[in-house]
Design a protein around this ligand. Sequence first.
Ligand code: GCU
Length: 683
Amino acid sequence: GAEDGYRLWLRYESLATTQAESLRSQARRVVIASPRTATLEAAAGELRRGIEGLSAGAPIDVIDMPAEGPGEGDVVIGTTGGDWRGAPEQTEKAIGPGGYRVSSQAVHGGTYTAVEGQDQSGVLYGVFALLRALQSGNSIDSIELADHPRVGLRLLNHWDNLDRYVERGYAGQSLWDWWRLPDLVDPRYTDYARANASIGINGTVLNNVNAAAEVLTPRYIAKAAKLADVFRPWGIRVYLSARWSAPRDIGGLDTADPLDPAVRAWWAAKADEIYAAIPDFGGFLVKANSEGQPGPREYGRSHADGANMLAAALAPHGGVVMWRAFVYSETDPEDRVRQAYTEFKPLDGTFADNVLVQVKNGPLDFQPREPFHPMFGGMPGTPLMMEFQLTKEYLGFSTHLVYLGALWEEVLQTDTFAQGGGSTVAKVVDGRLDGHELTGIAGVANIGRDRDWSGSDFDQANWYAFGRLAWNPDGDAHVIAREWLQQTFSTDPAFVEPAAELMMRSREAVVNYMTPLGLTHIMGTGHHYGPAPWVDDLGRPEWNPFYYHRADADGIGFDRTASGSNAVEQYHAPVGEQFGSLESVPDEYLLWFHRVPWDYRLRDGTTLWQALARQYDQGVGQAEAMRAEWETLGQHVDPVRRARVADYLDIQVREAKWWRDACLAYFQARSGLDWPDGVTPPP
Ligand code: GCU
């Protein structure tokens, strides 16, 4: 049938004839070696589905371990330390919760394959690792795989409203059919869970951070509980975004003061009620005192007072609070990018043990490029959860091809110098740097009701890459791109290598045609799609694109050095010094940290105006090159997906030009300079 993209990277298409034959002989049955649980059944079912598809073979059996032990061609799944006859010797290889080992074992002159998990989830992850290897063209012969997740909480954040409108969602309505839940259980919920489990995601926040209090009412708790039942076998827990003022909104109290005993009692009772319906409920995500949301500061209390009160309600049940650091206020004269650090830094070390502070990767808001958020490395006494955005709010929605793995790797591998060189953001997030056991990464989901889930074929890669990097924040985005391409489109190296390179370059392309040289937040107001650097008349100053670039006849850029907002002081030495000095600031952050005249000379000798024009033009060239390359690459792809990707790339080329022409025309009007040499003037 037509390729609607529904199967994501779990396609299990038949391998080439000889590979399929060999798989058929080496994967004849699935044998469950531990007591059956819902998770082991799910793992076994997935394995069967995968092997049957890949080997194009007859249906295979799933059986319990027979008394005589495994036979040749069995694929055995179970938790480590199995005492069945012929169990593999224990090695140190599969370590940590969620860890697995997949190995070939000798039996009766032949071999069987063992998938051992450290725990139930480990078995599931081992099965998916095996299927990933097979789909990527590896043989099951002498297979040896072992891995474990480096981060504890690997969560999607759905910005889904209860009326199914998804805030910043570009893939249709919310998957959650709140109206028909809990009675109608869409089979798609299971496929959602399978896809997440396959990349190690182990939790999902169902509703928008701009939360409706109703989600905490009995009707909605029952609906969430039904989703939790569907997800549980796949190792996925449900979390909810809690509206701070819920005790007032739905609880009949006249206050939400976190230190008020009645408020504390209300939340404790609410937690009990939720856990009675969802015994493994994960906890609350909270956006408080941010962009108009209520919060503890209304009562003169701090973010820590607020977080700790909720933490106390959840602690008896093992739940966590993820308290967001995305706060800024229009009445605060401080540079917006400084505000979160200023507010949270003094609270470091005062949060309860089951609180994580969830921080966006940069100090502004999910831009094509931002320096890392200075809270990473600045809050050693607090577990910090990374928040990435999969849905490309500021990067061309689901229309533009932008592989975010490259962006995330750049952030994770940046050195904060918090404890000298090598103190990367990844080490802050996975807890190594400051010795935190509680760790997490969240991704604002790009998933909706569209048949292809993410609104475009290539946006599925962002979901995939998020899971893989949450599993291992030191992962390599290029390797992950290859893996995804092999499973999603084709294992032919003539396709995979150049397509992976195209994906890696796509991030720099969008930076170039939208916000080169450290420009930021010049997207259209409200919707954030398309250029609008000229907007300067909105009520909230920090929502105006002009606030960020300040272009006039003299120059352009935001001075965040000591002579300006001094945001550079929030970074450790030598990072702050590097950003703060024109000698050493990387070109890609120039206008983020500095205001310079139009004739300012970059290190390569070009003037700022020339360089800006060159970058915009280069971005257009890069988009055109992606489109041209797809003509060849697309030949490895089925006609439906080939054409769909091509259509999107046509839009991207057109809109890259729109960005270039609009921004350069505007900046030219501000600067009064001639149209830059070598750049095609707009029609
Ligand atoms: C951005 C986004 C909002 C969202 C907010 C948040 O500002 O535009 O839609 O609510 O981030 O992260 O809370």
